[in-house]
Design a protein. Sequence first.
Length: 318
Amino acid sequence: MKHLIRNTALATSMLVGIGAAHAEWPTDRPIEMIVAFAPGGGTDVMNRTLAPYIEKELGAKITILNRPGASGEIAYTAMTQAKPDGYTLSSLNTPGYLTMQMDRKVRFDPKKICPVARIVEDPGAFIVQANSEFKSLKDLVAYAKANPGKVSVGTTGLGTDEHLALLQLEKSAGVDLTPVTFNGANEARTALLGGHIMAMGINVGEFVGGEHSAFKALGQFADQRSVIAPDLPTAKEQGYDVLMSSERGIAMNCEVPEAIRTKYSEAVKKALDNPEFQAQAKQQSLALSYRSSEEWNKELPARAERLGEIWKLAKEQK
């Protein structure tokens, strides 16, 4: 009986301790947000812009840590290996998060990745130097047909939206393009400015919201022209079947208590609804498209199926 009483008391004290820790979250120390891409890209800008507004909702401090590489795998691995206490999050980007699981054995357990909230869905685009001879996707395709393999296109990794857009354009137009991988959009921009690549894949929001006088866009990969780029023709308008966008959101380890994950998701929604943030998001051309954890989880299987078909066709043509 003495052992039973002692064990019961110990278990009770542990539960009280856990409850207290949850009650303190997230005010007792900073939350670390691991961004899967280099500083200055769309994912980094989105998280740095949004963080102060989430901090205000939670009464917490958020620090941003960039861990680029392997299309996001480095960040996802770091997040899932951290203690699941709600103090370590990561950005979550499709299609890279989904396609890397089709391409290789990843170093993290996908079952530990729980989407918390989708923030942005941004269509892809191809851009070139402002003084390039290419004025449209048709021009680039014509050159690629006459010079197989000579058109180099910068991407941020295998299976990313830029890479999959490239593969779709190859198939639709019957051309051979050469992908070149960089750790982030800023690296690719530098390479494009230096003439080391002929074009690069980028999201419309990144292009419109950044310093783009040195570049021009050839076409966007949306079903319809994005509201943030109404003058940029789609690939379909130019005769090519290319449809690709980037989803950007936030994920936590699934072992983090659901109450904490829900609280963070709700804070994201409130931050997105803040008129000050919306004004800033418009200024930075963030293509806001919120989905709750439940909504995003429901949509991911269909997206994964479509991406799987593109990936399978890509392997066949290679």
